[in-house]
Design a protein around this ligand. Structure first.
Ligand SMILES: Cc1cc2ncn([C@H]3O[C@H](COP(=O)(O)O)[C@@H](O)[C@H]3O)c2cc1C
Ligand SMILES: O=C(O)c1cccnc1
Length: 347
């Protein structure tokens, strides 16, 4: 619900958009994007982001022991080193758009001996328990995840970040994300996907693991902390806390593919208001991604047949957001350019 000032600002933004030298609404979704950013910043002409950052929440999952991913668990650890060395897809794309890459150890099964300003140790444990055998973590750990995620967002914003991106890394992430989604009532048949390209048998094992997780843990869909504790992962809880805090501080936050959208699902179940600050950077190829985005009424900016994660799709959407901001700030109005308005616009 918008208050009177927000409603007034919205009208002012729409009036400016309609006075720019273009047919009414001809810039489509770009106009919606800049309206949302304007309402977030409380300005008709929003500022361009000056400090763009992606935070990759990395952790291991006990469920990976069930053969639910096409890759071995060690890849989580190895990819973190790759991120820190600047060699992953997210590094390349972030350099391209001028964003900084931060890596969070939310609970990887391994220790890091790195001193790097872009590495954040927020370890809750050495991977979660296998949730096909019992809860992934304790309720205390789940609460700690949310708290750590909030703290990471707080520190990011206090040190100047004005556009945040959520990224994920963790072998077994799409299984855990699916278990979270199914716990909240999504149909497994609409959600289940091959993730990093598992084969038919792997997909069967994945389905079984998700079903077993729900069956034996009985997560309470009205209690998001319970869902996180029973069938979640350390990185998912931290993503949720990060999104909640970003929204509280009125900083736009971009989600990426299926796993980060499961993080949003947890946050949304704690506070529906987060959606005013969240953008879906892209739609990934994972089947359930569209299903969840549609349920949240979030329209993705890009649709590039990607299925990677790390924040890659979201980071690539940043130039579109920037172009939308430049559009409202730099385009001439009909008056300033001496261009004739449409017949219906002339009163
Ligand atoms: C080399 C490599 C780099 C990645 N970067 C992101 N992911 C992505 O794949 C994982 C989830 O897929 P699943 O649920 O099938 O295990 C996550 O780590 C995700 O970020 C990667 C996966 C691999 C193998
Ligand atoms: O949707 C994603 O972002 C995704 C898909 C497959 C593996 N990891 C992430």
């Amino acid at each position: 619900m918008m208050n009177i000032e927000e409603e007034f600002l919205k009208q002012q933004i729409l009036e400016r958009l309609n006075n720019l030298t273009k047919p009414i609404k001809s810039l489509g979704y770009l106009e919606d994007i800049v309206l949302k950013i304007g309402l977030i910043q409380g300005k008709i002409i929003p500022d361009l982001p000056k400090d763009k950052r992606v935070y990759i929440f990395a952790a291991d999952h006990g469920v990976a022991a069930n053969g639910v991913s096409a890759y071995p668990k060690q890849v989580t650890y190895q990819m973190v080193l790759n991120f820190l060395n600047g060699g992953a897809a997210i590094n390349v794309f972030s350099r391209h758009v001028g964003a900084k890459v931060y890596v969070v150890d939310a609970g990887i099964d391994g220790d890091f001996d790195v001193k790097n300003d872009y590495f954040i140790s927020a370890k809750i444990g050495y991977g979660t328990n296998d949730f096909t055998k019992g809860p992934a973590m304790s309720r205390e750990q789940a609460e700690k995840c949310i708290e750590y995620g909030r703290k990471i967002a707080k520190e990011a914003i206090e040190s100047g970040a004005d556009l945040l991106v959520v990224g994920d890394m963790g072998i077994g992430n799409t299984t855990t994300a699916s278990a979270i989604a199914v716990s909240f009532g999504f149909d497994i048949d609409e959600i289940l996907d091959i993730g990093t390209f598992i084969d038919k048998d792997g997909l069967k094992r994945k389905r079984k693991a998700i079903q077993k997780a729900i069956e034996i843990n009985n997560p309470d869909k009205n209690d998001p902390v319970d869902v996180l504790a029973k069938v979640g992962g350390f990185c998912f809880g931290q993503m949720a806390g990060f999104i909640l805090k970003s929204a509280e501080e009125k900083i736009p936050v971009l989600i990426d593919g299926f796993p980060t959208t499961a993080g949003l699902l947890l946050a949304w179940n704690m506070d529906h208001n987060v959606l005013r600050y969240v953008f879906a950077g892209h739609r990934s190829m994972v089947k359930g991604h569209k299903v969840i985005l549609d349920a949240l009424n979030l329209r993705p900016i890009l649709d590039l047949n990607m299925r990677l994660g790390e924040g890659t799709g979201a980071v690539l959407s940043i130039p579109i957001i920037e172009a939308a901001i430049k559009m409202i700030g730099e385009m001439s109005t009909f008056e300033s350019a001496g261009v004739s308005k449409g017949v219906d616009q002339v009163k």
